[in-house]
Design a protein. Structure first.
Length: 113
């Protein structure tokens, strides 16, 4: 039975992800949010039901690709074009502010003699 424990882990992941995905869809949120909640609940940060194994680590890399694909499928291009300028400014500030903050934290935290 020990050799097939990854199947139980996979079944728990799939069932919890599907259930929470449908639950978040019912409250008019993207199913991706349900998948993220499932990961938080099942992992060590939540209930700790699953621990990191080599199987979960390798499947997680595939999961990131699927997650990004799902997010892209739920993106409305017309809405994205309509909010283009505001989205660009927010994205630009979301990169520049942390970059500048990190630079200044590193600059002022160094020991200057």
């Amino acid at each position: 039975m020990n050799g097939y424990s990854y199947l139980l882990d996979l079944a728990i992941i799939l069932l919890c992800t599907k259930f929470l995905g449908l639950l978040t869809k019912r409250v008019q949120m993207p199913q991706v949010v349900g998948a993220l909640l499932a990961g938080l609940l099942l992992g060590p940060a939540g209930l700790g039901i699953l621990s990191e194994t080599s199987f979960i680590h390798e499947v997680a890399e595939i999961g990131v690709i699927v997650l990004m694909f799902c997010a892209g499928m739920e993106t409305d291009i017309k809405e994205l074009k309509a909010s283009g300028k505001a989205s660009f400014v927010i994205a630009l500030l979301g990169v520049l502010v942390p970059l500048a903050g990190g630079y200044f934290c590193a600059f002022f935290s160094t020991d200057r003699k």
